[in-house]
Design a binder for this molecule. Structure first.
Ligand code: CA
Ligand code: CA
Ligand code: CA
Length: 169
């Protein structure tokens, strides 16, 4: 078909554009494929990063990880890189059981040694009987959780945990 009308009309404007549109379509498909590949790559990279982090946590060589980071990674049961309330309480209860060597469900001063001189221990001991019960500890941890959760989204990031402990010092 010959373009006898002005180039701005449909017949003349669209027809020469077909190869260009096809080209664009192919480019778009190509780009989409690339995007999918890079998404897969990104997922793989983050999986490896998490695995490396987890391996560092259980390895006897602590590498550059602080004790806080190790507790964080170990405590992150579902591996979403944040700690929810249940995960924080599980860490706290596990620590409590490990510390309570005489199994009377109380942390006495002799069970934590030097730490009993810590302000945190006397603070936590709300009944002031010189020992810390599991209830006192859970209450304290839930209060801590609220304070540490700066953006109040119900989970703690490593940054929120670090900030909390830095402020506590
Ligand atoms: Ca988690
Ligand atoms: Ca005890
Ligand atoms: Ca948060």
């Amino acid at each position: 078909m010959l373009c006898t009308t002005a180039p701005s009309t449909d017949a003349c404007a669209v027809k020469p554009d077909i190869p260009f549109v096809t080209q664009q379509y192919l480019m778009a498909v190509g780009t989409e494929r690339l995007d999918k590949e890079s998404v897969v790559k990104r997922i793989l990279v983050s999986v490896f990063a998490i695995m490396a982090l987890a391996l560092t946590a259980i390895s006897p060589v602590k590498a550059d990880m602080t004790e806080l980071e190790i507790i964080f990674v170990k405590g992150d049961q579902n591996g979403d890189l944040v700690l929810n309330k249940a995960e924080v309480l599980l860490i706290a209860i596990t620590q409590f059981i490990e510390t309570d060597s005489d199994r009377d469900n109380m942390i006495e001063k002799q069970e934590i040694g030097e730490l009993s001189k810590d302000k945190e221990f006397s603070d936590n001991d709300t009944s002031k009987d010189g020992a810390l019960s599991i209830e006192e500890m859970i209450k304290e941890k839930l209060d801590d959780f609220k304070t540490a959760d700066i953006n109040s989204d119900g989970v703690l990031t490593i940054i929120e945990v670090k900030t909390f402990y830095q402020n506590k010092k």
